[in-house]
Design a protein around this ligand. Structure first.
Ligand SMILES: *Cc1c(COP(=O)(O)O)cnc(C)c1O
Length: 478
């Protein structure tokens, strides 16, 4: 049977109607459903089997897909997913994202989508305004903070090489001497990965930390920079690390960098949103003195995956790194930007639609209220941990991550890691709430992160209750 997609066009409307109803159903259940369903690891298997020789059309396909997705999807878009740092999707962000697929723009070259390119410029301007970054900085939307780190560090590498008289993007990494990169123990795995992708090396960063937590040793950083005698260097400043939401001393690092000819790259994948809360503003004072600053869209902005943004003070570095030419590439320039030549991807999804939509819908004050609300929820969680005689708060709460462990009275220190590891696993299997474990100063610890616009006090209170309930069970079965 011939199942050419064109023959399916009459089913398009019915297919979209079906998806719309399935979406309503799923999203309505998001607040009540456990984060992890019993079929989380098996639902996709029902979609396997041999490649169909003849298809059954769109309606059958999306019906099967919606059913399996509903059965198996981790409710990471819901209010009780505290694992990693994963935002939900605001109504406007989700609507914008649906339209992204409907309009299906390719925002690579201006001629391919003037609408998408113009909207990306607007969205980037709004984001700079939201974070109070200088409006003349360059920027680009990417898939997430990993690629945003890559973009910022690629610009840093270009600058560093130019300081040595080398165009590394033309000549290649072999033309480079070892690049001095400094950071604290807070450096994110994705920045390390980016340094590997850039040929600088994953193992070459000089980690200057003063304790087991990885906190920056500012004096060691200063003497490390001074030892270069004015030769250029790259600093990675971590505005929000994943264990406890702590910050490097960003203002002091920027000060040091300006004295010692260093580029400052700020990884603010979620922490950049601290700039919206007056109480947390001081953490990134002076950030306009940095050279590249990045953040994520699918975390605290609460737009659907995937979305991140990179901002670069010297906008001319972006085409220096990512520019290329082909006979059929036309246009370009500030008025008609070719984003394919300003970032790593060539064909590009119009991520600006979801960004624009959510900022249009909720504005600066909506986001400020959400971020401040999350900080209050983190303090509530920390206070409940501090009060409970079987829980131990391991770090002060800087922002939206609370680092703690289960510690029932009378349990020997030597048993706590094993107990908390088992409890962490039990939490994931239970599925009512969801968070991950980490190693904090060598101790197995929990690190729930609060970034979802749906999360309420009741969700936080449930988190505490579930941990204590499952903790008591873990002790009983030891
Ligand atoms: C999440 C995160 C990243 C990586 O972001 P992706 O969106 O997963 O690519 C980088 N840095 C920090 C601090 C993060 O929290």
């Amino acid at each position: 049977m011939d199942s050419h997609p064109r023959k399916d066009l009459p089913a398009l409307e019915e297919t979209l109607d079906f998806v719309r109803l399935a979406a309503g159903d799923y999203l309505e259940g998001l607040s009540e459903s456990p984060v992890r369903t019993p079929e989380a690891e098996t639902a996709a298997k029902s979609l396997g089997g041999p490649l169909p020789e003849d298809g059954d059309g769109a309606l059958v396909a999306v019906t099967e897909l919606a059913g399996a997705g509903r059965a198996g999807a981790i409710r990471s878009a819901g209010p009780r997913f505290f694992h990693f740092v994963v935002g939900g999707a605001t109504p406007a962000g989700l609507g914008g994202d649906w339209l992204t697929s409907v309009l299906d723009q390719n925002v690579g070259l201006w001629a391919g989508s003037p609408f998408g390119a113009e909207l990306e410029t607007i969205a980037l301007d709004w984001l700079k305004d939201l974070f109070e970054l200088p409006s003349e900085w360059g920027g680009v939307l990417v898939t997430g903070a990993t690629m945003a780190n890559f973009v910022g560090l690629a610009c840093a590498r270009r600058w560093w090489a130019l300081e040595h008289g080398v165009d590394v993007d033309d000549e290649g990494a072999h033309a480079l001497r070892p690049v001095p990169v400094f950071s604290s123990g807070y450096i994110h795995a994705s920045a390390t990965k980016s340094l590997g992708m850039l040929g600088i090396g994953r193992k070459k960063t000089r980690i200057v930390s003063r304790d087991a937590r990885g906190r920056l040793d500012l004096a060691a950083l200063e003497s490390g920079l001074a030892s270069l005698g004015g030769a250029p260097a790259i600093l990675i400043a971590n505005a929000g690390e994943v264990n406890a939401g702590d910050f490097d001393p960003v203002p002091q690092m920027i000060d040091l960098a300006s004295k010692h000819n260093a580029w400052v790259h700020v990884d603010g994948a979620f922490g950049l949103f601290s700039r919206l809360a007056p109480e947390a503003r001081r953490l990134t004072d002076g950030i306009e003195g940095a050279h590249s600053v990045i953040s994520d869209g699918h975390k605290w902005l609460n737009v659907p995956h995937d979305c991140g943004f990179a901002f670069v003070r010297d906008a001319s570095l972006l085409p220096g790194v990512f520019g290329t030419s082909a006979a059929y590439y036309v246009g370009g320039g500030e008025a008609q930007p070719n984003f394919a030549l300003l970032g790593p991807e060539s064909s590009r999804r119009a991520r600006a639609l979801a960004v624009w939509s959510t900022l249009r819908a909720y504005g600066r004050n909506g986001y400020r209220a959400m971020v401040e609300g999350h900080l209050a929820l983190a303090r509530r969680l920390a206070a409940q941990v501090a009060e409970a005689n079987d829980l131990e708060l391991l770090a002060d709460v800087t922002l939206n991550i609370v680092c703690f462990r289960y510690r029932p009275p009378g349990t020997a220190e030597a048993e706590l890691d094993d107990l908390n590891r088992r409890l962490g696993q039990a939490v994931l299997e239970d599925g009512r709430i969801y968070f991950g474990t980490t190693s904090f100063e060598g101790k197995v610890a929990f690190r729930p992160a609060i970034v979802n616009f749906r999360t309420t006090e009741a969700d936080i209170d449930l988190l505490i209750n579930v941990v204590r309930e499952l903790g008591a069970e873990a002790v009983a079965t030891a």
